[in-house]
Design a binder for this molecule. Sequence first.
Ligand SMILES: Cc1cc2nc3c(=O)[nH]c(=O)nc-3n(C[C@H](O)[C@H](O)[C@H](O)COP(=O)(O)OP(=O)(O)OC[C@H]3O[C@@H](n4cnc5c(N)ncnc54)[C@H](O)[C@@H]3O)c2cc1C
Length: 383
Amino acid sequence: MDVLRVDDQLTDEERMIRDTVRAFTAERVAPHVAGWFEEGTFPARELAPELGKLGLLGMHLEGYGCAGASAVAYGVACRELEAADSGLRSFVSVQGSLAMAAIHRYGSEAQKNEWLPRMAAGEAIGCFGLTEPDRGSDPGDMRTRARRDGSDWILTGAKMWITNGSVADVAVVWARTDEGVRGFLVPAGTPGFTASDIHRKLSLRASVTSELVLDDVRLPADAVLPDVTGLKGPLGCLSEARYGILWGAVGAGRSCYEAAVEYARTREQFGRPIGGFQLTQEKLAWMEVALGQAGLVALHVGRLKDGSGVTPQQVSFGKLANVRAALDVARQARTILGANGITLEYPVLRHMNNLESVLTYEGTQEIHTLVLGQAITGIAAYR
Ligand SMILES: Cc1cc2nc3c(=O)[nH]c(=O)nc-3n(C[C@H](O)[C@H](O)[C@H](O)COP(=O)(O)OP(=O)(O)OC[C@H]3O[C@@H](n4cnc5c(N)ncnc54)[C@H](O)[C@@H]3O)c2cc1C
């Protein structure tokens, strides 16, 4: 069904990673994920060591037990994980591209040695706290504060919508200080630090999403990430994670497309398969085109990242284009499945609901539009 045969452009190693992740999700995730979604659970503790064994946690990072894979290999893995469920890819993205990447980029040698090998193995889980109840798209105006008390730091504030929050062993928390925004490593169980889950979600139900409360949390001097000050710290990590999303969205879209093709071939109305009607074929052809284009964008951005480097604007382009494409594919696929399309018997509405979160997190579609708008016109239109 891949008319453009985008995967022919992958190296043997990248194809091997694709097949390994596909086999893993087929065995360990696909049979259970509708149930997890229905129950609103994600077995993070159980899956983390298995994902670690496959080298998928911090996969693109070098050293400290990380696999040191190429950007394209990491992207292909994200695509296959998200074909199973966006919650699974979110877990891997937050662990590797946000929490581990923050420690890897900005941490001290002691912090790296303490956390990265265990996180790469899936023995320790991380989360990344940037968003706040009242500050999402504008994190520069965050309210969480860190003040010095002797050599210690005292953190006060709240973080909202934090993936992996209540299952994390360590939270990377971004807070305003007198010097600018700084990152702090807050181990679970630190007095004054609590994480409670957000319930009644209709999207990313197979993913843990939490609120973090920091009530005068006292941290030692060495809890701060020493190598970055300012918003460029969290934004640098977000660009890494967005890169995974622009691949992952292709996987979620592909899963919906495959379900629609299979359904169109077998479902009969008016005495013939619905795939024999021109209106259905128009939808399927459009999905094929949309996903082929999204796959090419992902591969192009990935090859740039492995080669001369990628700009935040290129990542915004990919995130905006590919999540939108995947969501449109999911919506079209849903119509082909008729009433069956609204159930958990098929992956389509689950993906569609998940993609609503993916459209919003790591920069909303509006914010990525403004990033491109600024790149095009030279005029910033955020405020
Ligand atoms: C399931 C899930 C998991 C998440 N995981 C994490 C996580 O692990 N860590 C973390 O830190 N955050 C996480 N987030 C938070 C996410 O990054 C934010 O939701 C996102 O940045 C948007 O912030 P907001 O929801 O506060 O929306 P707001 O910023 O309040 O935006 C609301 C609307 O206004 C629009 N808007 C805002 N500013 C402008 C503007 N200047 N011009 C035009 N339109 C504008 C937005 O695009 C949006 O449509 C998660 C969110 C979800 C849903």
